[in-house]
Design a protein around this ligand. Structure first.
Ligand SMILES: [Zn+2]
Length: 312
């Protein structure tokens, strides 16, 4: 019965598109969760769960000098306490070196990587956009910085962000040949993220808008490596009273244990989800149930950054 057959295939297609939405939260263990990171966790969780998708967790622990001992397990405990339970096991970037080497070799085999021996002072003098001085030297120094060759025709990369709208960046003019592996042997954030998003099958990325201008580099790397491009949504960034992004670097306060319901409510209010005040007195799973059925990413103002609520 061909008709019945095509019907079931159509239903299967719909089912697959629902089940295969995969989001992620990818903290660096530089310190415990603060209000800004909770906002990203809550938003990406709801964005995945509203579509019955999976929400994966990735610990971005590939930069040991910046990390704080114990922070990774503290973050996991904080997420659990807020009812933000992830699917599958946590992926640790520190376990993923072989995959990064493989991706790097793939880029090398395409002739897209070169060694750069410029010192830090020279790079600083250039003001952020590398001038390709080392590109033609063809140095075979694996202990140098490794850079990715941008094509002269790379031009403007753009994508449609689901919150911020269209974002454009001229990679040659604004970024230049960027680092894929540092002089100290550590892989760049850009390369590791792209390799892991592909590995984890991430379809939807929701994260802070401080990463908006990394996205064109990541899309370019996806193209170089033949990966799929996820959908992107960048959230406004929460600021402290000095108008700095809430971050470990700016001494953002860790979320206070025992106030999880209030923390969640504050995060939802900050995300313009208008949670009713009575929710603050419920437990975290009830708050998240409400949030899942009322999640409206289109309510988030793209024009912020905005101050974190008082006390955060
Ligand atoms: Zn150089």
């Amino acid at each position: 019965m061909p008709e019945a057959n095509s019907l079931s295939e159509a239903s299967l297609g719909i089912l697959m598109s629902v089940v295969t939405r995969i989001g992620r939260f990818a903290p660096s263990p530089t310190g415990p969760l603060h209000f800004g990171s909770l906002v990203s966790a809550v938003a990406s969780f709801l964005d995945s769960k509203q579509y019955a998708g999976q929400w994966l967790l990735r610990m971005e622990d590939i930069d040991p000098p910046r990390e704080m001992p114990g922070a990774a397990s503290q973050i996991l405990a904080q997420l659990e306490a807020h009812g933000l339970l992830w699917d599958k096991t946590v992926l640790y970037q520190s376990d993923r070196q072989d995959s990064y080497i493989e991706a790097l070799n793939q880029l090398k085999n395409k002739g897209l990587v070169y060694s750069c021996q410029c010192n830090r002072q020279r790079i600083v003098r250039l003001g952020g956009v590398y001038d390709r001085q080392c590109r033609d030297l063809q140095l075979q120094d694996d202990n140098a910085t490794l850079r990715l060759c941008l094509d002269d025709n790379t031009g403007t990369q753009w994508f449609d962000d689901q919150i911020m709208g269209r974002f454009e960046q001229h990679l040659n003019g604004e970024v230049g040949d960027f680092t894929v592996r540092r002089r100290d042997g550590l892989f760049s954030y850009q390369l590791a993220v792209v390799v892991d998003d592909e590995f984890q099958g991430i379809t939807h990325i929701m994260r802070g808008s401080d990463l908006l201008d990394s996205t064109p580099r990541q899309i370019f790397l996806q193209q170089c490596l033949g990966y799929r491009k996820p959908e992107y949504a960048h959230l406004p960034v929460a600021l402290n009273q000095d108008r700095q992004k809430l971050s470990k670097q700016h001494h953002a306060a860790a979320l206070v244990a025992g106030r999880e319901s209030v923390n969640l409510w504050m995060a939802l209010a900050w995300l313009q989800q208008r949670p009713p005040p009575v929710l603050q007195r419920l437990d975290v799973s009830e708050i998240l149930n409400w949030a899942r059925s009322h999640w409206q990413p289109q309510a988030i103002y793209p024009s912020m950054p905005a101050s974190a609520p008082e006390g955060y």
